[in-house]
Design a protein around this ligand. Structure first.
Ligand SMILES: O=C(O)c1ccccc1NCC(=O)[C@H](O)[C@H](O)COP(=O)(O)O
Length: 213
């Protein structure tokens, strides 16, 4: 199976086009006002139309309430929901039932204890995303460009596909995949020149490196 490549936090038509044309499997749109990648729902609608089924559209939210999820699902029509907050397994189950969409749940990793929640989410999520645990004073729970110790995933035995993210770029993506044995990678900061500013060349370099890994 080829590596699943997700480019997250796209905010412009040209960087979205670069990601899709270079062969990204999944393109992520962030709905979290404190993020430099936050999208207004109407603009997300326009970007979503641009994708035209060439990649899976992923809506990323953080402890979103039903009204926000309703609006996202109605306008973006995502193929996936990604949850980056403290959504409980019960909440994930209920959202899946309501919208009939697959869910990727992010698990914040900094120590072996962080993996203790895995069995609970593995029973309800469709994919797991292992991301670096943010510092306590972070203004957002992801997309910070910092990596976790990939060796922490050593003993992980999941029946569902998982992706790895946090501080990954074109230079270290092969190593991230080798160490974690993940089925896919997710990147945001590693294809940016500054927070929220994606670069088409960096996107193409990243996808090429992930495919070659
Ligand atoms: O990107 C954001 O600003 C963001 C805000 C709130 C929750 C999650 C967020 N991003 C998550 C991602 O983009 C990826 O899943 C991943 O964390 C990317 O990490 P990195 O490549 O280190 O930026």
């Amino acid at each position: 199976m080829s590596t699943i490549v997700k480019i997250c936090g796209l905010t412009t038509a040209d960087t979205l086009e670069a990601a899709v044309e270079a062969g990204a499997d999944m393109v992520g749109f962030v709905f979290f006002p404190a993020s430099p990648r936050h999208l207004d729902i109407d603009f997300a609608d326009a970007l979503g139309r641009q994708v035209r089924s060439r990649a899976a559209k992923v809506a990323l939210a953080v402890d979103a309430d039903d009204d926000l999820l309703d609006a996202i699902v109605e306008q973006l029509r995502p193929n996936w929901l990604q949850f980056h907050g403290s959504e409980s397994p019960e909440r994930v189950r209920s959202i899946k039932r309501i919208y009939g969409l697959p869910v990727m749940k992010a698990i914040a990793v900094a120590s072996p204890e962080d993996l203790s929640v895995l069995p609970d989410y593995a029973g309800v999520a469709d994919r797991i995303l292992f991301d670096a645990r943010p510092p306590k004073d972070a203004t957002r729970p992801g997309g910070l460009g910092t990596a976790f110790d990939w060796k922490l995933l050593d003993g992980v035995d999941l029946k569902l596909p998982f992706l790895v993210s946090g501080g990954i770029n074109a230079d270290n993506v092969a190593e991230a995949l080798r160490v974690t044995r993940a089925q896919g990678v997710d990147v945001s900061s590693g294809v940016e020149t500054s927070p929220g500013e994606k670069d088409p060349d960096l996107i193409r370099d990243f996808i090429r490196a992930a495919r070659a890994a």
